[in-house]
Design a protein around this ligand. Structure first.
Ligand SMILES: [Zn+2]
Length: 299
């Protein structure tokens, strides 16, 4: 029984008139599901990982890490540092914000994956904090469809989507079925950020022939360097155990700190893991080939 209460709320990121509230957890519910084991099964032992020899055996299966950075589009803390990161990132950009377009263009130019960071109503918190273009539970099917289409059109180069907040909406089958359908029509996959333990997204995605890709570990739910470093070690352990790991960090009040730790941890992890875009995982693991039935006009 999934009874662990590992969620915590944090109010964060107040900039330029936009306040965002994020639901996050140190280790996402997906972690337990994915591992098929207890949450502690992958936690790093106290050994000295840094002294481990770099694996050079080409026969050894590559361990891949996809780092998604959320909340771009509003010039928040760490934006510049993230967009110059020397590893492949996946940049999740909110629609209809001042730097939505410029962030997407720069990220694309750098060779990062761009995805739409779709604002969705949470179980708690004021929907007004979501930012523009959000999906709320009271919307009709047509309204939900229009919101998703408009968001995709607003973020150039988007190849996928994940949810911003959304603990309420990702548990709503009616709404998520529409979201996934529109994504599929436009050739986008959907990454479940796992802000809701009881998300229906994975199940729906499988039923709809889409990759059930989800976040495994949140990087910066606590805003300390030591916590973020610890999470990066968890990411490596998870990847070593399961061959891949999807992790989510944020730009925002802690953004510079997250970027700093990510940069140094990534340098340390080079040779043991490969940093890839989320598109590399959905293509290689689930054989995802975008087959839009509608032309995409977003780039
Ligand atoms: Zn977000």
């Amino acid at each position: 029984m999934k009874s662990r209460n590992i969620f915590e709320w944090r109010a964060c990121i107040k900039t330029a008139g936009l306040a965002l509230l994020l639901t996050t957890a140190s280790v996402s519910p997906a972690f337990a599901e994915f591992a098929g084991a207890g949450l502690h099964s992958s936690i790093a032992p106290a050994g000295d990982e840094q002294n481990r020899p770099i694996q050079q055996n080409p026969m050894k299966k590559e361990k891949r890490v996809a780092v998604i950075i959320d909340d771009f589009g509003n010039g928040q803390g760490g934006t510049e540092e993230m967009l110059s990161m020397p590893i492949k990132l996946t940049v999740a950009i909110m629609p209809f914000l001042p730097t939505t377009r410029s962030d997407a263009e720069l990220a694309h130019k750098k060779g990062y994956d761009v995805i739409v960071h779709m604002p969705m109503e949470p179980k708690q918190g004021n929907p007004k904090w979501l930012g523009p273009g959000a999906i709320t539970a009271n919307m009709s099917d047509e309204e939900v469809r229009r919101k998703v289409e408009e968001a995709i059109d607003n973020v150039p180069y988007a190849i996928g989507m994940n949810n911003h907040m959304g603990s309420k909406i990702t548990g709503d089958e009616r709404i998520m079925a529409i979201v996934l359908k529109v994504c599929r029509e436009r050739g986008l996959f959907f990454v479940d950020s796992k802000t809701n333990y009881h998300s229906v997204v994975g199940k729906l995605a499988v039923n709809m022939g889409m990759p059930p890709v989800a976040n495994h570990i949140f990087l910066d739910d606590l805003h300390t360097t030591s916590h973020i470093s610890k999470q990066m070690k968890l990411v490596e352990d998870f990847a070593r155990e399961h061959d891949n790991c999807v992790t989510i960090g944020h730009v925002g009040t802690q953004g510079k700190k997250t970027a700093e730790v990510l940069r140094s941890s990534a340098a340390d992890m080079q040779g043991r893991v490969t940093f890839v875009g989320i598109s590399d995982l959905v293509r290689d693991i689930w054989g995802w080939q975008p087959s839009p039935i509608l032309p995409s006009n977003n780039n």
